[in-house]
Design a protein around this ligand. Structure first.
Ligand SMILES: *Cc1c(COP(=O)(O)O)cnc(C)c1O
Ligand SMILES: [Zn+2]
Length: 386
């Protein structure tokens, strides 16, 4: 497949795959792919990331752990919408980050890199550690100290990444890792890396593959804003290649305490003002200065979508409602459903992206759930407790 990198600001084209941002204007890059190479049918069969390899810009045998192919659950809601939840928490490391990582790590290998790094609120590091282990690359993870959910930290550690807990928030850790990557020739795996987003666009492919049609709206939790941009790109490519006639409205959902994209959208702006001290129970979207804000805002405006903000309370309520239907997710992942519930139900069909697994943040789950009852091992006493 033919592709090149293109600056989203000045439109310049580049053939050098190791760039992350535009050397002439500093803008974000995207991978412009030739959609005429698309060679798959959306027949609901053998769904996973590499089913769509004809639109994925990798030239080697990919590093894969069988990511993608996540279930699309129909769920009961009080609104008139046909509603589905795509459970990305059922990817190998437990989040959608694996879709980006299988492509990003394959690109690292293709470029001959031996070291990769990322700043992370947790899931990127868990996924990167896993895929680097698989590929035999050295992984460096920069985490905001004391702010990463236990499950994610455990994964990064067990899969052998070198973990550096930076005293500061995610935005600070990202600034540092970007500088370190330049100094040490380490390949950067944050979503500023355009190849990661290429993997994540397969969420759009799978939704149409599974539903057999293009839904009217997609609700996506927004942190660093890569995923919503990637999903929009996926739908745009499907339309360009003639698989669908429409593109869903992209509806971003942010936490009230970490809402720079919401604020920009409310004033119909195309750039954000960073939120200085982002705070929310949904640690995966606790980001004040989203790197992909420009791409995300374009996706939202071009698709006729919008941005909703939700409180931590609403996030926890949504998490519990999903849990009641057998869908276990971490707090950030529930924000898409929380956003849907606040919305007016104007759509006939919608998909909420549930981004990560419940087991990622066991401490939060225990904190917001009913506590176990202690009892002596006495049948009669215990019977009374049921
Ligand atoms: C990374 C992540 C997000 C945010 O995705 P962005 O691409 O940074 O906007 C949301 N939820 C979970 C569980 C994540 O891991
Ligand atoms: Zn440029």
């Amino acid at each position: 497949m033919d592709y090149h990198l293109r600056c989203i600001e000045c439109n310049k084209k580049f053939q050098n795959d190791s760039l992350y941002t535009c050397p002439s204007c500093g803008g974000l890059l995207e991978v412009a792919v030739d959609v005429s190479s698309a060679d798959f049918s959306l027949d609901g069969k053998e769904i996973r990331v590499w089913k769509y390899s004809s639109l994925l810009p990798v030239r080697i045998k990919p590093v894969t752990l069988h990511e993608g192919g996540t279930p699309l659950y129909e769920i009961v809601s009080s609104k008139k919408t046909d509603l589905y939840v795509k459970h990305e928490g059922l990817n190998p490391s437990g989040s959608f980050k694996d879709r980006g990582m299988t492509v990003g790590i394959s690109k690292a290998v293709e470029l001959g890199k031996s070291m990769v790094a990322c700043a992370s609120t947790g899931n990127t590091s868990a996924s990167m550690a896993m895929y680097s282990a698989r590929a035999g690359l050295k992984a460096y993870v920069f985490l905001p100290s004391g702010k990463v959910a236990l499950g994610k930290l455990a994964q990064a550690m067990m899969h052998g990444a070198r973990v550096i807990a930076v005293r500061g928030n995610f935005d600070t850790a990202l600034r540092i890792v970007r500088e370190i990557c330049v100094r040490k020739d380490i390949y950067l795996m944050n979503s500023v890396n355009p190849f990661r987003l290429e993997g994540q666009k397969t969420i759009a492919f799978e939704i149409v593959d599974q539903l057999g049609y293009c839904p009217e709206a997609i609700y996506v939790p927004v942190g660093n804003a890569g995923n919503i941009s990637a999903i929009f790109k996926g739908f745009s490519e499907l339309k360009e290649a003639g698989y669908t006639d429409t593109i869903p409205k992209m509806i971003g959902v942010q936490a009230e305490g970490a809402n720079p994209i919401y604020r920009a959208f409310s004033e119909r702006k195309e750039t954000i003002e960073p939120v200085e001290n982002p705070e929310t129970i949904a640690t995966a979207i606790r980001i004040g200065s989203p790197v992909n804000a420009r791409k995300a805002l374009k996706a939202i405006y071009e698709s006729g979508g919008r941005v909703i903000q939700v409180s931590d309370d609403e996030i926890v309520q949504a998490q519990k409602l999903l849990a009641k239907q057998g869908i276990g997710v971490e707090p950030a992942s529930a924000s898409s459903f929380a956003g849907f519930m606040k919305d007016d139900g104007e759509f006939e069909s919608a998909v909420c992206i549930a981004t990560g697994n419940l087991l990622k943040d066991p401490e939060e789950a225990v904190m917001v759930s009913e506590k176990p009852v202690e009892a002596d091992p006495d049948i009669e006493v215990i019977e009374r407790l049921l």
